[in-house]
Design a protein around this ligand. Structure first.
Ligand code: IPM
Ligand code: MG
Length: 374
């Protein structure tokens, strides 16, 4: 039996609710398959820990994570903790040392979900955004001096390295090549940012030479927002800097129907370190504790995790279960305009995972994955 060690970090807000839903679905999925086992270990890292003990995670936190095969992350952020502390204290404190430099964000209109774009359909809006995840505008360089005085100064320095750009370009071209359309858009802002973004463009062109079968084009980030809105069908795979892709991926999630659905994978492609999978939506304190958080973003992130672990069959059956459930408006949570709850959606996904076994009268498998909690 293939066994994987998964670190579960629910974090703050609705992170706890969606991760427990995700673990439930994953447990049923692995039991039904009978081929692999997921051993979860829970970590109570997050803003509560910060408030009581002064740090979001232990000093040796990333070392603790190194022995895991993957990390499933909920969200971080609390109303009474400044966002830049929680982000740098937990999420970036994991992504950067574990060198998860490729952040992959698919956006697709799932069955039953409406797009705010009049003409967008599942056929013409199917994108993957690759976000550079360790440097650029999020490199953490800069500082503040002369605090409170009129001459106060703050710098936030973007850092781009040849290595950092080249590896994300290679990753993005390879991902584009693996998709049917073999089409990559390199997002830039080299008209205004004449140093780093020009280097970005040059390296894109150099890497492109190694991928002659991938068609690629270049797009200024501002114009890219227009293209995503007006001509979604002309886009397939996208690569952009840390900040540009942060912004474009929110737009993508909204155009695909809801930020509650969007998944993300923070990948260390060389597999020297575990990769981390999380829904995009964040801690959402306005709905925390109400039981209405959409767990689909976490389920879809779990699909990406299973694919990364090398369990494509389980990944495909979870994705199929997700799509069956989103197709039915009775299972739409309030972010999608419905009245479903986290647990009703989770139950429906679990039922959909088991349905093919019922159809096949696979008694042994059904007995094995009778409803159980992780
Ligand atoms: C994201 C989020 C984070 C980011 C926030 C929570 C700081 O927006 O993952 O896209 O900007 O990276
Ligand atoms: Mg964002």
């Amino acid at each position: 039996m293939r066994t994987y060690k998964i670190a579960a970090i629910p974090g703050d807000g609705i992170g706890k609710e969606v991760i427990s839903a995700g673990l439930e679905a994953l447990a049923v999925l692995s039991e039904c398959s009978g081929e692999f086992q997921l051993n979860f270990e829970h970590f109570d890292w997050g803003s509560e820990r910060y408030k009581s003990r002064g740090a979001f995670m232990p000093a040796n936190g990333t070392e603790q994570l190194e022995s895991f095969d993957a990390i499933l992350f909920g969200a971080v952020g609390a109303p009474d903790v400044p966002d830049h502390l929680s982000l740098w204290g937990l999420r970036l404190a994991i992504c950067q040392p574990l060198d998860q430099y490729a952040n992959v964000r698919p956006a697709r209109i799932l069955p039953g979900i409406g797009s705010p774009l009049r003409n967008a359909t599942a056929q013409n809006l199917d994108w993957v955004i690759v976000r550079e995840n360790t440097e650029g505008e999020y490199s953490g360089q800069g500082g503040r001096s002369h605090r409170g005085l009129p001459e106060e100064v703050a710098t936030e320095v973007s850092v781009f390295t040849r290595n950092g750009i080249e590896r994300i370009m290679r990753f993005a071209f390879a991902l584009a090549r693996s998709r049917p359309r073999k089409l990559l858009t390199v997002v830039t802002k080299s008209n205004a940012q004449r140093h780093a973004m020009v280097l970005w463009d040059e390296i894109a062109a150099q890497v492109a030479a190694d991928f002659p079968d991938v068609a690629w084009d270049k797009m200024l980030v501002d114009a890219m927002t227009v293209r995503m809105t007006m001509q979604p069908e002309t886009i397939d795979t996208v690569v952009a800097t840390n900040l540009h892709a942060d912004i474009l991926s929110d737009l993508a999630a909204a155009l695909a129907g809801s930020i509650g659905i969007a998944p993300t994978a923070n990948i260390n492609p060389e597999r020297r370190f575990p990769s981390m999978f999380e829904p995009i939506h964040g801690s959402a304190f306005d709905i925390t504790g109400k039981g209405v958080a959409n767990p689909i973003g976490t389920f879809w992130s779990a699909v990406m995790m299973l694919d990364h672990l090398g369990e494509p069959k389980a990944a495909a059956s979870l994705m199929q279960a997700i799509e069956q459930v989103t197709a039915d408006p009775a299972f739409h949570t309030p972010d999608l305009g419905g009245t479903a709850t986290t647990s009703s959606v989770t139950d429906a996904v679990v039922d959909a995972i088991r349905r093919p076994l019922v159809r096949r009268f696979d008694r042994t498998a059904l007995d094995r994955c009778a409803r159980s909690s992780p």
